[in-house]
Design a protein around this ligand. Sequence first.
Ligand SMILES: [Fe+2]
Length: 159
Amino acid sequence: MTLNSIGLDTKKTEELANDLNGLLANFQLYYQNLRGIHWNIKGRGFFDLHVKFEELYTDANVKVDEIAERILTLGATPLHTFEDYTKAGKVPVGKNISKDEKAVELIVNSLSELLKIERSILSAAGDANDEGTGSMMSDFITEQEKTVWMMKAWLGETV
Ligand SMILES: [Fe+2]
């Protein structure tokens, strides 16, 4: 087994960086979904939801940067073109959504896909002894599960 400059298995780290690029791409799609509903939302809930969606995309923007910089820390190059993001897309793309329920459902469905990717990376990070990536995934998962709960509460659904 070869170790890289931060003491991690070179081969496993390459695979992890690849998976993180998949997460990065899907986070960008989620971010763009949030911009879309922030702009297009209509109805009596406008003032609440417009602000809530901005809060979520601001948070997503910070996480996108954390993921990209983790990829660089692991010695790889973060994806940065729309072309690459679309190719790696698992998050549903919401277009011209203006109804509150559809917007909130889009968030739940997007986060469900991100959570799947993050859990898989968490497991691979454990296997590679990569605590940095693992703890980042743990934090994201905890926050996003809470957001899913709140969005489902708003929808009147149970988890
Ligand atoms: Fe705005």
